[in-house]
Design a binder for this molecule. Structure first.
Ligand code: BTN
Length: 321
């Protein structure tokens, strides 16, 4: 057993082991014991801690495995080509290389952990091991480059619907593509496009869903603004089932978009939105814009009604409620 502490817990299933015993046995301080337990918690092991009795191992990490994802998968192309990896820098990078080497539309890269997960506007995306869905999908849409915002909005609707099916939480979309429960973020979407002039060659659509993270899995500075499906629902969520449902909803909406354009997607987005009707500020590349959100235009831009009664369109930016 490479991890002596874990080995000990595993050979004493259902028993409490006191911090003092661990400290004596492993010749480490009580603070080091606490750190070791937290290290295992971060890997997905769950411990019950009872004063005077000690720690008891009550749960092990549930790994994503390809066969359980495939058991749930109902798609014809999304996810049919799959790379399931342990640790990567970013699934975006792996998916892009794969796309350049000829991966088909719908190929998906999933990682248990990302060392350099990235978000919009150059932000880092926290992606601890075994607790989330960190994935990137290869798309090769036959649309002009300036239509790519449609795909972002479409993706947000798909994930929202999938989460509602699997966990029944009141999740809603904050424009353009953050998914929130009770105003705290559970999912982010990042689309990166490769284009030649106005011709889109491929899009790498990255999705990060905070599925089974606990409060202390998030960096402290984020804890007030983020949450996970597990924290909101009070139960561990089956990542394989959710991932397959996301791919299914995504493929359905993508086909609908190919057949009927943005119109139906726009209505579905508006139906899942928690943005419309709210007074908000948007930080755009051209400064801050404020107003009450009215809906989307045909390009996916957000329409605001400002205090002077003027309509304004916002094409990109960060929304603050
Ligand atoms: C955001 O809200 O800023 C977007 C976050 C996107 C995170 C996902 S996780 C999988 C994929 N790989 C990355 O490095 N980023 C995306």
């Amino acid at each position: 057993m490479s991890d002596p502490l874990l080995g000990w817990f595993q050979s004493h299933q259902d028993q409490y082991i006191s911090g003092e015993e661990i400290s004596r046995e492993l010749s480490i301080s009580r603070t080091a014991v606490w750190k070791q337990i937290n290290r295992l918690r971060k890997k997905g092991y769950q411990f019950e801690a009872v004063p005077k009795l000690g720690y008891r191992l009550i749960g092990k990490p549930t790994k994503l495995d390809e066969s359980s994802i495939r058991e749930h998968l109902k798609t014809s192309s999304f996810g049919q080509q799959m790379k399931l990896l342990e640790r990567v820098d970013s699934t975006q990078n792996v998916a892009l290389s794969w796309a350049l080497e000829g991966a088909e539309e719908g190929a998906v890269v999933i990682a248990e952990e990302q060392g350099e997960g990235r978000g919009r506007r150059g932000r880092a995306w926290h992606s601890p091991a075994g607790k989330g869905i960190w994935m990137s999908l290869v798309l090769k849409p036959r649309i002009p480059l300036h239509f790519t915002p449609h795909l972002t909005l479409l993706t947000a609707v798909a994930i929202c619907r999938a989460i509602k099916r699997i966990v029944s939480l009141p999740v809603g979309i904050k424009w353009p593509n953050d998914l929130l429960v009770d105003d705290r973020k559970v999912c982010g979407i990042l689309l990166e496009s490769q284009a030649e002039d106005e011709r889109l060659l491929s899009v790498i659509a990255g999705v990060g869903i905070s599925v089974n993270l606990e409060a202390d899995d998030f960096p402290e500075e984020l804890r007030q603004v983020v949450t996970s499906l597990r924290r909101e629902s009070g139960q561990e969520v089956d990542r394989a089932a959710l991932l397959a449902e996301v791919l299914f909803e995504w493929e359905q909406l993508y086909r609908l978009y190919e057949e009927q354009g943005f119109g139906p997607i726009r209505s579905l987005w508006e139906a899942q939105s928690i943005t419309i009707g709210r007074a908000l500020n948007v930080d755009t590349p051209f400064g801050q814009v404020s107003g009450v959100a009215q809906g989307l235009d045909e390009s996916g831009a957000l329409i605001l009604l400002d205090a002077d009664g003027c309509y304004k369109k916002v094409f990109s930016g960060d929304v603050q409620f």
